[in-house]
Design a protein around this ligand. Sequence first.
Ligand SMILES: C[S@@+](CC[C@H](N)C(=O)[O-])C[C@H]1O[C@@H](n2cnc3c(N)ncnc32)[C@H](O)[C@@H]1O
Length: 268
Amino acid sequence: MSARVELYDGAYANYGSEVYRDIRLDTYGEDFGQTSWVTTEESREIPRLLDLKSSSSVLEVGCGSGGYALHLAENVGCRLVGLDVNEPGVRNANQLARARGLADRARFEQCDASKDLPFHDNTFDAVFSNDVLCHLAGRPKVICEMFRVLKRGGNMLFSDALVIGGMLSHEEIATRSSIGYYVYSPPGENEQLMERAGFREIRVVDTTESAARISKQWQQAREKRKKELISVEGARNFEGLQQFLSCVHCLTAERRLLRYLYVANKRA
Ligand SMILES: C[S@@+](CC[C@H](N)C(=O)[O-])C[C@H]1O[C@@H](n2cnc3c(N)ncnc32)[C@H](O)[C@@H]1O
């Protein structure tokens, strides 16, 4: 059985260090502070898919370091709230918002997004979540909560890299799950949950290749900096994360795990 491996605390607490920034640049090409399978092309597409405007108020569920939310606040000019359960992530996000002069437009709160979202009904013009729902227990309720806080006519988007595409051994599931709590879902389940929550105009894009590519690039970028990373993370965690990334690459390259991007609308 794979031992527990730490990813998010290290990535967010070391956000500003040169080695972690260089790894993000090598992995994604552009640094939005990502710890996910979101390619730069997808990052650029999201504002269009959500129809974001400078007047939009936006919720990001699982904002991690806050880098992408702040990119949107800066470039689209929208107002944004980011939620994440990870304390170093939320702290980093609020620090970055202040340092970039964006604190009046973007704020970040520590919150377990598997619980009721701390907002009134019909609050946001758009709600999105990049590679986070797989970490949350009770997905039917999570999707209903995203629907509830979205205004009528608003758009919702999320990605899920844990849709089952083929046979998986218990060792592969253990390695793929070594960084935390995960829920695997059968194809079609997310669409059904969205429909049941009330979402319409559901569109689904197969982005499995993105996860295969990003995991490979991330693994290689870390391998190149093995010595520096071991001094920060320790040898056991370094190797554990490398195995995790290799496992993601293998399972997505062979399409035994699939990643989908879902976009839907709350009808006006
Ligand atoms: C794969 S990362 C994605 C982060 C960011 N969206 C990105 O694209 O880089 C998953 C994120 O989900 C957060 N997370 C895990 N469980 C959570 C929960 N119960 N509530 C809120 N956030 C959670 C983690 O802390 C982490 O920041």
